[in-house]
Structures are given as C-alpha cells and as structure tokens.
Design a protein around this ligand. Structure first.
Ligand SMILES: [Mn+2]
Length: 357
C-alpha cells in the first residue's frame, strides 16, 4: 500500500485505443509536469495523447479545444480545474482527473482529484505538480532517467527546501554541478528558459514542451528559447538600472517602462521588492495606448490591491485586482499622469489608516 494506490486505477484503466488530453498550466512547473506525463504514457504504450494549454480567462475556449480532440480521458496538470463548474460541466461525459497542488476545498462529482492535501502532505505549495506527477507515475513506470525534468519544476516553483535530498540525487545521477544559487544550475537555467517561453506574447508553450520532450539538457541550453531567455534577462537588467521616482520617504516607488521589447514589468517589480522588502514598487508599463501595472510590496504596510483599486476607480476601461503583496491593473495610456497622482495620494491615505488602526 502507498499513498497513491487509490489514484492508480485512473491511469491503469486507460487502454491503448483510448485518447487522452493533458490540459496544463503554462509555466515552469506545468510544462515539466506535462512532459513527464507524456514520457510516462509513451512508456506505457499509450500513444494517443495530446495537450491543450490552459488559459485562465478563456476557459470555455479551453473546453472547446479539449473536446475538439474527442478524448476519452482528460487530465489537468497544475490547474485547480475542479473549482470551475462551467468548464467541468462541459467534460462530464469524459473521465477527468486533476493533478495539482493549489489548495482548494471543492470537488466535482466524478472527477478524480490528486492533490498533496489528499495524500497527507501539508505544505501544498512545496509539492509542485512536476514532483507529484513523477511520484505518482513512478508507481507504474520507471522515470528515473528523466528525473532532471522534475528538478526543473521543483526549482521553478521554489520547492528546493523540501526536496533537497531528491535534488541531490538527481544532480548526481545526471552529473550536474551543485551551485549555491539553484537558478545557476542546469535544471535552474532550464526553469528560467521555460518561464521565459511562457512570459512572452504569444506564449511559446508548444515549443517549450517539444524542447523538454525531445532534447538533452545541454541542447536546451543552446536552443532558440535559451536565446529568448537571455534577451529577456538583458531587458530586465536594463530596466533595473533605470532610475525610479520615490514618494512618502521612499516607501512608495514608481517606475514607468516605455514600450519594452518584452513584458518584464512583473519581474522588475518582483526583483526590486524582494531586494527591499519594506518598500512598495509600482511598475507601470506602456504598451501602445494601454498601461499595464505591477504592484509589489513584500511586507505590505499598504495593501497593493486596495491601492490599485482606489487609484483606477475614476477611469473608464480600467481594472485592478490581486492580493495584498502583489497586485495588477490595466488602464488607458491617457490616464498616466492622473493615475500616478492617485497612487501618491491614496498610498498616503492607506499608510495613515494602517498606522493608526
Ligand atoms: Mn505549480
């Protein structure tokens, strides 16, 4: 008996004549999870397997793409699909499984849900989907020779702390050098490449999957996607060196990025805010006639979602949402100056509110 026993039936029942669709989250964990699943199915001689990228804000389109394959089985990877009733409702005639590590408290009739929380693992965010797929499918087929793909998912989802021993074994097996910075190791660099492929518009997820499926690690490091990654990194360092405007004794910082070659505002605000955790960083990216805003504050004295919501309220065709430490907004370019004034004003109000309450 092991913790995966009651989930093995789902895959064991799939026959070579069946058709499987994998629907995956397009990021550095979802892509390795998908490739591990594809490898496992190849080895199980189940060859009619297709993949469809998940798009959060266009779920009905995703349902159509899945159904267009006329599958018998659908497996969601790194997507909490069980929470989307309309999407699940479209798939009731299919056998559906969700393999994912986003903690939810919902189920959907007839859907098999494999989550860390269901197999007695508390810290869900640490048990990335790539590792979950690897551990699960290793009950059915040997995946040790491709364990490095699992390491890519772990590093991308920042699970190093929990899986240090596993990573050590993977590095030894595949002759990768250990480095102090995991992102500088071979799987860490591949994780960066996967994340670059999925951060551009249009996303290059298909290319990322094909690359991970068919190439050796050293080939991936010399691929066109690796070039894309270095271009993006160059763009990030360029904007990291640009000056920023500071307000409220340096607690509020605003940077405008004017028509960058790649959408790097989110990464820039992340990097700045992890370096100076007590400050807030608002990066406003100009894309033609639109503005895209990334707001970050690690130790949020001022909740970023409240700040952005208040600051865009008066504008047409504007919206804002997210969480206290990380939030986003979009609005028309013509509102840039007013928006910046609002940020300064409402930051002051919220700061005062939170220091007196
Ligand atoms: Mn994940």
């Amino acid at each position: 008996m092991n913790k995966f026993d009651k989930y093995l039936e789902f895959v064991r029942e799939i026959k070579p004549s069946d058709k499987v669709v994998l629907c995956f989250d397009q990021d550095g964990d979802g892509i390795p999870a998908t490739v591990l699943m594809l490898k496992a199915f190849q080895r199980l001689k189940i060859n009619n397997v297709h993949w469809v990228p998940f798009i959060r804000n266009d779920r009905m389109h995703v349902a159509e793409e899945i159904l267009a394959w006329n599958p018998t089985h659908v497996i969601f990877l790194d997507v909490a699909a069980e929470i989307y009733d309309a999407l699940m409702g479209k798939l009731v005639s299919k056998k559906v499984m969700v393999i994912d590590h986003h903690e939810t408290h919902k189920s959907f009739e007839g859907v098999t849900v494999l989550k860390p929380q269901n197999i007695g693992f508390e810290e869900s965010n640490q048990y990335c989907t790539a590792k979950l797929v690897y551990d699960y499918m290793s009950n059915l087929v040997d995946l040790e020779d491709v364990s490095w793909i699992t390491a890519v998912g772990i590093i991308s989802d920042m699970g190093q702390r929990t899986w240090t021993e596993f990573l050590r074994a993977v590095f030894e097996k595949h002759n990768f050098d250990m480095k102090e910075d995991w992102y500088e190791t071979v799987p860490g660099k591949i994780a960066q490449i996967m994340n670059s492929a999925t951060s551009v518009n249009p996303m290059r997820s298909d290319e990322a999957i094909a690359l991970l499926l068919n190439s050796l690690p050293k080939e991936i490091l010399r691929s066109p996607l690796a070039d894309l990654n270095s271009d993006i990194n160059a763009e990030i360092s360029k904007w990291m060196k640009e000056p920023i405007e500071s307000f409220h004794e340096g607690l509020l910082n605003i940077q405008v990025i004017d028509n960058p070659s790649y959408s790097v505002g989110g990464v820039v605000s992340n990097k700045r805010s992890t370096a100076e955790r007590e400050k807030a960083f608002i990066v406003i990216t100009v894309f033609g006639d639109k503005l895209k805003v990334s707001a970050r504050s690690q130790e949020f004295k001022v909740p970023m979602n409240d700040l952005l919501k208040k600051s865009v309220e008066e504008f047409d065709n504007a919206n804002a949402g997210g969480h206290d430490p990380a939030s986003g907004a979009s609005l028309p370019r013509e509102n840039l100056d007013e928006f910046k004034k609002n940020l300064v004003k409402f930051f002051g109000e919220l700061l005062q509110l939170n220091s007196t309450s």
